[in-house]
Every structure is written in structure tokens, then in C-alpha cells.
Design a protein around this ligand. Structure first.
Ligand code: DQA
Length: 147
């Protein structure tokens, strides 16, 4: 079965209480539940993780390469400045795996510092601005790309 890791960066564990006007009122646990449903429906083996640690996220990307898992990645604030994460993400796509960068909000409609993604150029593609549906669409993109 096709494996997909849904990896989430800093502050995304606070969904539900974090700036609900921007990120909605559903919690991270709700996202985990929704992703399990979408995975089951799509015939994908899905696992969702979140960390506030850059090094842990880099390690998970290395693990994705080694386990041949595709990745749906919400790098959160690391999106905008983490070259370490970019270099790790590049290893995923250069290994022939799909990596979809996702965002709940549309960073291009927000503050200027969010307009830069250092991940986007090494991702297979990006989905942003659709709330939880960004993840659903990201999973769908993986399914389509590996078909
Ligand atoms: C985010 C957008 C980022 O700019 C921000 O730092 C986040 C969440 C999103 O999902 O909309 O933490 O990645």
C-alpha cells in the first residue's frame, strides 16, 4: 500500500485555540481523524505527526526517504526560512517520492514574510488556502501522482 506521512511543523499542534480567525476552530486531533478517514477512502496508509522541532522534522524527512514514504508537509513558519528543511525536502523528491507542501491559510494573502517559501522549489507541488481541505487535496495529489 502507498505510504504517506503527513508532517506538521511548529505551532500546528495548537490548532483549535491558535488564531481561530486564521486557522479555524478545529483541533489538531480533528485533523488526525480527518486524515485517517481520507487515507482509508483513498487506499493510502497515512500517518500524521507534528513537532515544534526543526531537527525532528528533518529526521522525519530522512526517515520518509529510507521508508519510501511520500510526504504531505505543512512546514508552518519553517516554510519561510529553514534551508535545513529545504535540503531535507529536496532529498525526498530527488529520491522519486512525492512531496506536497500544504498550508491551511493562503500565505500570499498575508504578511510579506510569508510570501517566500524556501520549500516550494523542491516540492512536487503546493496546495494552500483551503483549510483542512489543503491536506485532503494534498493526499489526492499524491494518489494521482503515484497512479
Ligand atoms: C501555515 C502558514 C505559515 O505562514 C505559518 O507560519 C503557519 C501555518 C499554514 O498552514 O497556513 O504556522 O503553514
Amino acid at each position: 500500500m502507498t505510504r504517506v506521512l503527513i508532517l506538521n511543523g511548529p505551532n500546528l499542534g495548537r490548532l483549535g485555540s491558535r488564531e481561530p480567525d486564521v486557522y479555524g476552530s478545529a483541533s489538531f486531533a480533528d485533523l488526525v481523524d480527518a486524515a485517517a478517514r481520507w487515507g482509508a477512502d483513498a487506499g493510502l496508509e497515512v500517518e500524521v505527526r507534528q513537532t515544534d522541532s526543526e531537527s525532528e522534522l528533518v529526521g522525519w524527512l530522512h526517515g520518509a526517504v529510507d521508508a519510501r514514504s511520500h510526504v504531505v508537509l505543512n512546514p508552518a513558519a519553517f516554510t519561510h526560512y529553514s534551508y535545513a528543511l529545504r535540503d531535507a525536502a529536496a532529498q525526498v523528491t530527488s529520491a522519486g517520492l512525492v512531496l506536497v507542501e500544504v498550508h491551511l491559510s493562503n500565505p500570499y494573502a498575508r504578511e510579506e514574510f510569508r510570501h517566500t517559501s524556501v520549500i516550494g522549489a523542491v516540492a512536487t507541488g503546493t496546495v494552500a488556502g483551503f483549510g483542512f481541505d489543503s491536506y485532503r487535496l494534498g493526499l489526492d495529489a499524491v494518489r494521482t501522482a503515484v497512479r
